[in-house]
Write a protein that binds this ligand. Structure first.
Ligand SMILES: Cc1cc2nc3c(=O)[nH]c(=O)nc-3n(C[C@H](O)[C@H](O)[C@H](O)COP(=O)(O)O)c2cc1C
Length: 167
């Protein structure tokens, strides 16, 4: 087993959303979501550059990267720090694109826009746990609370939309 434990790999594969932090030329942070974030192997994460000019420019200058992947329902996740390599051609890009199309289910429309993928050599990985668990909360209660919370939001949105559509 490499740096990425079984549970880390499970969470990353399940969530399909990583928040990727890079360093801008002026030293300020850049953070943006990547829905193609997934596990490449026991030591590497990967995401596809579909429309990430800032992240890619930053990584070209400075490969330092941190990725956060959190399950918004269980309020648990992981943070991964590492070095990024931009893969813009060759057999690795071909393998990655075959993976995104055939295994990941990336639509053809999006896959056509990918000219490069970013491979992250993870050097450090650590858990992220909501402080709600410090209060002794059980995971099943946290899950129930956030499922209800998100369902409430969806219900409210649906009501607002149907009211707005009334003549
Ligand atoms: C939920 C979500 C998932 C996204 N997934 C990706 C992705 O996998 N790859 C990508 O290049 N852009 C993705 N984007 C779009 C970028 O995050 C967005 O274009 C962002 O402004 C890029 O900023 P950057 O150039 O600083 O990286 C996603 C956006 C959202 C909201």
């Amino acid at each position: 087993m490499g740096v990425l434990t079984e549970d880390m790999q499970r969470v990353v594969r399940e969530q399909r959303l990583g928040f990727v932090a890079t360093v801008c030329a002026d030293g300020t942070p850049n953070l943006s979501p990547k829905g193609t974030t997934t596990v490449w192997d026991d030591n590497h994460l990967i995401f596809a550059d579909i429309c990430s000019p800032g992240t890619v420019a930053n990584l070209t200058r400075n490969p330092a990267v941190e990725v956060n992947v959190v399950d918004p329902i269980t309020r648990r996740g992981y943070r991964f720090k590492g070095h990024a390599t931009i893969v813009d051609g060759g057999p690795l890009l071909e393998r990655a694109m075959a993976f995104y199309r055939n295994t990941y289910g990336l639509s053809d429309a999006l896959a056509r826009r990918v000219e490069r993928v970013v491979l992250i050599d993870v050097r450090q990985a650590a858990p992220l746990i909501s402080p709600v668990y410090d209060t002794g909360a059980k995971e099943e209660d946290v899950v129930r609370r956030y499922v209800e919370y998100y369902e409430g939001i969806r219900r409210q949105r649906a009501e607002t939309t149907s009211k707005a559509a009334r003549p």
